[in-house]
Ligand binder design. Structure first.
Ligand code: 13P
Length: 340
């Protein structure tokens, strides 16, 4: 294991107030988003869309890394340039999603376990020559009256830790992503309690599995009220609850926390990240960064809708969101940045 190289990549992914563009939707998820907007659910449409994203002029000013999926990492631009080379040329570090999706967990109704450990060592070894320098694995934790269960949290934490150890062995920086879902009517306090328990369990397993914290990143949810909870706290309260939870659970050796957006609107995700950095940036040991998919891509996707004449406008919307989130890392995002 080349620890200095892992540490350098992990730090580079959160340097200069930049963040990560998650564009690693699996084919079924990407197709679902395309179907809602009447875009053909075909490999060529997915290639055109991903090309639009990763060739957006100026993207590298705000984006440090991009997470691809197995289909995308093998694709090329119209000119025949591998996507990975196009990213490298833009100063963006290519990464790869390696979990095989969250599947129903046996004996745990309503809960999921992320699969994909079988054969992972060989798959990781194959992604390195394709140009990947970091990886991502997402575990989802649902919140309900009786869940999450101990079995679900412990199994996902162990799986994340085994994935992370294999990544570091292969020379890839693992992004460890335990996502406590927003779906439900639970309160912000309940989300904080569940997130705290999940992160404690994950870091305990990372320690047991000998994962080097300096050479990984944590990708977690913000602490938020459930989507249908009647009380929706302002950004400052979300920021306070999130950072309090992270200070209790995330060791200082971890270089950065790259939040997922989880279904928040693009503007709310930026405002909440901004509030965290305004209030805590100078006082926390890790970078408070972003690795959004929907909160960066959705406006661009809605403009594009599969129409080649809308590529430039969609790219501008994408780069705008990336800039808003870089501003949020600096605590300089304001509502006046929107609607221009
Ligand atoms: P969202 O920002 O849309 O939640 O996606 C982030 C991600 O990578 C999910 O795994």
């Amino acid at each position: 294991m080349n620890m200095p190289a892992l540490i350098e990549t992990a730090r580079a992914l959160v340097a200069d107030d930049k963040g990560i563009l998650a564009m690693d939707e699996s084919t079924p998820t990407c197709n679902k988003r395309f179907a809602k907007l009447g875009i053909p659910q075909a490999e060529e449409a997915r290639r055109c869309y991903r090309q639009l994203l990763l060739t957006a002029p100026g993207l590298g000013e705000s984006i440090s890394g991009a997470i691809l999926c197995d289909e995308t990492i093998r694709q090329r631009t119209d000119e025949g340039t591998p996507f990975v080379t196009a990213l490298d040329d833009a100063g963006i570090i290519p990464g790869i999603k390696v979990d095989a999706g969250a599947k129903d967990m046996a004996a745990h109704p309503g809960e999921k376990i992320a699969e994909g450990l079988d054969g992972l060592r060989d798959r990781l070894a194959a992604y390195v020559p394709l140009g990947a320098r970091f990886a991502k694995w997402r575990a989802v934790i649902a919140v309900g009256a009786e869940i999450p269960s101990r079995g679900c949290v412990e199994a996902n934490a162990l799986t994340l830790a085994r994935y992370a150890a294999l990544c570091q062995e292969a020379g890839l920086v693992p992004i460890v992503e335990p996502e406590v879902l927003m779906e439900g009517a639970h309160t912000l306090e309940r989300c904080r309690e569940v997130t705290e328990h999940v992160l404690r369990t994950v870091f305990s397993q990372l320690y047991t599995q000998r994962v080097k914290l300096e050479g990984m990143l944590l990708k977690c949810n913000m602490v938020l009220p459930g989507l249908t909870c009647p009380t929706q706290e302002p950004a400052e309260e979300v920021a306070d609850a999130t950072v309090k939870c992270l200070l209790r659970t995330v060791p200082a050796a971890v270089p950065g926390i790259t939040f997922l957006s989880g279904g928040q609107s693009a503007e709310l995700a930026s405002a909440r990240l901004n509030a965290m950095n305004v209030r805590f940036k100078s006082r926390v040991p890790w970078a408070l960064a972003f690795s959004f998919a929907r909160a960066i891509q959705q406006p661009a996707l809605e403009i594009w809708r599969g129409d080649a004449s809308k590529v430039v406008a969609a790219q501008q919307a994408l780069v705008h969101r990336a800039r808003c989130n870089r501003a949020a890392r600096r605590g300089e995002y304001t509502a006046s940045m929107e609607g221009g």
